[in-house]
Design a binder for this molecule. Structure first.
Ligand code: AVJ
Length: 318
C-alpha cells in the first residue's frame, strides 16, 4: 500500500517552505528536506562514522532489550514508526518476536521514498508483518492512521525528536498522543547530554561527511528549485548551545554573494559571515525526556539506558 502526494505538490510545498524559512532572521532551512536520495545515503554513512555513536548505541539497546520492550507492550496489534530510515532498528526490535508471533500491522512514516524502500525490503525478511508505507511528514502520516485497530506501539527512534526544539517536540508528541488510545505505548530514543567535545565531533566529523550531508540541501535546492547556490561559498560550522541543550549546524557565507532560487521567487543577498541555520540536534537527560512525555499526556513506564554512549530508550503509555 502506498500513500503519497503528487510530485508537483511536493515541489510546490518545498518551494513555499524554503521561501518562508530563508526569509526569516536568522535564515534557516527545514531539516526534513535533507533526506533526498543522496541525503539518505549520506546519513547512512554518518551512522557508520566512529564519531557518531548514537545509532550503534541505540541498536545495542534494542538488540539487548528487544524482548523486554515487546513484553512491556503486549498484547500488540500494530507498530508505527516515525522516520524509520533504513528499517534496521525496527527489524532488530521485531526480530525479538521470533517465528510464532501474532500478525502485526507495521506503519512506516517517512518523507524519504529511498528510506521507505530500504525499510520495506529489510522488513520483508521477517514473518507475520503487514507493512504499510506512508511517504509523508509525521503529522500527515499520523493523521492517516485509522484508529481502533488494537493496541499499538509508536516508535520515534534515533533521536529524531532531537530535530525539534522543545515547543516543537511537545507539539509533535501531543499530536502523536492524539492519534493514540488508552493502553497504546510510545518508545522514544533520545541522545543524552554528554561531553561537549564528543557532541560536537559527532556533528563535525573529520571526514567531512556531515558537512557534505548539510551542503547537499543546497544542491537539492539548486536541482529541484533552479537555485544557483555555490556550494564552495559556505563554511560548515557547529556549536553547542547550552541554554537550549542542542548542537546547531550552520552553513556560513564565505563572502558577499547573491543567490537566486527562481522556483521559490527568491533572490538572497548574503553578507560575509552570514549564517544559514540547517539543523539542530537537541539533547536530553533521562529526566527531561520523561518530563516532556509527561507534558504531552503520557505516563512513564520504563527506560533502558546505554551509559557508555549516553543514549536512552524511554517507554511511556497513554
Ligand atoms: C536523524 C535527526 C537524529 O540529529 O543526530 C546526524 C541527523 N545530522 N548528523 C541527528 C544528523 C547530522 C540526526 N537525526
Amino acid at each position: 500500500m502506498n500513500a503519497r502526494t503528487s510530485p508537483d505538490a511536493e515541489v510546490a510545498a518545498f518551494a513555499r517552505d524554503i521561501r518562508a524559512s530563508l526569509s526569516e532572521s536568522p535564515r534557516h532551512l527545514p531539516s526534513r528536506y535533507l533526506y533526498d536520495t543522496l541525503g539518505s545515503a549520506l546519513f547512512e554513512a554518518i551512522c557508520a562514522l566512529p564519531w557518531y555513536r548514537l545509532t550503534r548505541a541505540e541498536s545495542a539497546l534494542l538488540e539487548r532489550h528487544g524482548p523486554d520492550i515487546l513484553a512491556a507492550c503486549a498484547p500488540l496489534r500494530s507498530v508505527v514508526e516515525l522516520g524509520p530510515g533504513n528499517g534496521a532498528k525496527l527489524a532488530c526490535l521485531l526480530g525479538a518476536r521470533g517465528d510464532n508471533g501474532e500478525p502485526l500491522d507495521v506503519h512506516l512514516i517517512d518523507v524519504s521514498a529511498a528510506a521507505l524502500d530500504a525499510a520495506e525490503a529489510r522488513l520483508a525478511a521477517l514473518p507475520g508483518l503487514a507493512v504499510v508505507r506512508h511517504e509523508a511528514s509525521y503529522d500527515a502520516g499520523l493523521a492517516a492512521l485509522e484508529s481502533g485497530s488494537g493496541p499499538k506501539l509508536v516508535l520515534m527512534l534515533g533521536s529524531n525528536i532531537g530535530n525539534f526544539d522543545r515547543p516543537g517536540a511537545l507539539t509533535m508528541l501531543r499530536s502523536m498522543r492524539a492519534a493514540m488510545r488508552p493502553g497504546d505505548r510510545v518508545l522514544l530514543g533520545a541522545d543524552l547530554i554528554k561531553d561537549e567535545r564528543d557532541m560536537l565531533l559527532a556533528y563535525d566529523d573529520p571526514l567531512g561527511v556531515t558537512a557534505a550531508f548539510d551542503r547537499n540541501l543546497l544542491l537539492r535546492i539548486n536541482r529541484e528549485l533552479g537555485g544557483d547556490f555555490d556550494l564552495a561559498g559556505f563554511d560548515y560550522r557547529v556549536r553547542w548551545n547550552a541554554d537550549a541543550a542542542r548542537v546547531e549546524a550552520w552553513l556560513v557565507s564565505r563572502r558577499m554573494q547573491t543567490v537566486r532560487i527562481p522556483a521559490a521567487g527568491l533572490e538572497l543577498a548574503l553578507g560575509t559571515g552570514e549564517p544559514i541555520w540547517i539543523e539542530s540536534a537537541h539533547k536530553y537527560t533521562r529526566e527531561s525526556v520523561f518530563a516532556l512525555l509527561g507534558q504531552a499526556g503520557f505516563v512513564a513506564q520504563d527506560c533502558w539506558e546505554n551509559r557508555d554512549d549516553g543514549f536512552a530508550l524511554a517507554l511511556a503509555r497513554c
